[in-house]
Design a protein around this ligand. Structure first.
Ligand code: SF4
Length: 358
């Protein structure tokens, strides 16, 4: 049996919507949450594991400490604003359960591994960047020294193992929706510009662009663009619709969804031709009118075809706006000669623009 593992998006502080998987970690005006999708992959690969998303389920720090007493291994997805609080929480968890091993993951510790280890002696190790298999390997007993992509302190000296190769076979990863169904309550998740309840998942990882305001590809998912097969995505979507008949919107939260025209059309065609009865959202239809210069009109047309009409929706426009890498002439969007692409939001609630830090 692997170590009994708790995957934790830790309790947040008042009015802050951050942590695992949050696209726009920021102070919020209304309560809104993203799914802790990155934690869901390894949580789906370890028997006996649990994914605890504390903020949307209103699990307090004290309750988290109680829950962690039952586990041998804690994987905590930290953030820069949440890090000081996560140190205190880890300390309290170790005091209550001294044998527990603690790993921190996420952009903050990927960028600052040594500082994070020294700031928080309760951390046993850090996984840099994509952490799926590193966490699984450790939980199954592999020595830290043999696990790529981890950093740890040994006799006061930091050890950075070589980077792990980026995962190429995304189809080999579990379907996060099955982990959501097991451990999360989808009715707790709300984003103002989506129909609710919604469910988000990834169909690709990575983005070749290097926008200086953008967090995820620069720190975690990387620049090589990798895709799941359209069959795998279609199979997950079909299952997800059965799992949650009440879900009104499925959201593809990819860094850059439609960078490859042929794949976009292939996937849209499969989703349309299956018996899922999905409709594209108003979000995507907006993007057709204001698409980025290199977003193929034909792929968006396929996605928004009128053949998709029904109760549930599938929203891809969010990532359609991010298909500008070849049009960005410099690392700084401010130096760009092409205008940044922005959505024409039609929602009554003010929404973040592409220049908002993710
Ligand atoms: S194109 Fe989008 S996902 Fe890629 S680096 Fe820029 S903002 Fe981030």
């Amino acid at each position: 049996m692997p170590l009994k593992t708790l995957f934790l998006n830790p309790p947040s502080f008042e009015n802050f919507d951050g942590g695992a998987g949050s696209r726009w970690p920021a102070t919020r005006e209304i309560e809104s949450y993203w799914y802790p999708v990155w934690l869901a992959y390894p949580a789906g690969m370890l028997e006996g594991a649990r994914l605890l998303d504390a903020p949307p389920h209103h699990v307090s720090g004290a309750e988290t400490i109680e829950i962690a007493k039952e586990y041998e291994f804690l994987v905590l997805f930290t953030s820069t604003p949440g890090f000081p609080g996560d140190i205190l929480l880890s300390r309290a968890i170790k005091q209550a359960n001294p044998k527990i091993k603690i790993a921190f993951v996420g952009p903050h510790v990927s960028v600052l591994p040594e500082k994070s280890l020294r700031d928080c002696p309760e951390i046993d190790f850090i996984c840099r960047k994509e952490f799926d298999y590193a966490i699984v390997d450790y939980a199954k007993g592999k020595p830290l020294a043999d696990i790529p992509g981890v950093s740890f302190l040994k006799d006061g000296t930091v050890v950075h193992n070589p980077d792990a190769p980026q995962i190429q076979d995304l189809d080999a990863l579990p379907h996060v929706t099955e982990v959501y169904k097991r451990d999360l309550d989808v009715t707790k998740y709300n984003v103002p510009f989506l129909l609710n309840p919604y469910v988000s998942l990834y169909t690709t990882r990575g983005c070749p662009a290097q926008c200086t305001f953008c967090l995820w590809p620069q720190t975690l998912s990387g620049h090589p663009w990798r895709k799941r097969s359209s069959d795998d995505v279609a199979a997950e979507m079909a299952k997800a619709k059965q799992l949650w008949p009440e879900v009104k919107e499925f959201f593809f939260d990819d860094d850059t969804f439609n960078i490859q025209k042929a794949r976009t059309i292939e996937l849209c065609t499969k989703l349309k031709s299956s018996a899922m009865n999905l409709a594209t959202s108003r979000f995507l239809k907006i993007s057709r009118k204001a698409r980025p210069s290199n977003a193929p009109a034909s792929s968006l047309k396929t996605a928004t075809s009128s053949a998709w009409s029904s109760t549930a929706t599938s929203s891809w426009a969010c990532r359609a706006r991010r298909t500008r890498p070849s049009t960005i002439p410099s690392r700084s969007p401010r130096n760009s000669t092409s205008k940044p692409f922005r959505f024409r939001w039609r929602m009554p609630i003010p929404a973040p623009s592409c220049t908002t830090m993710r």
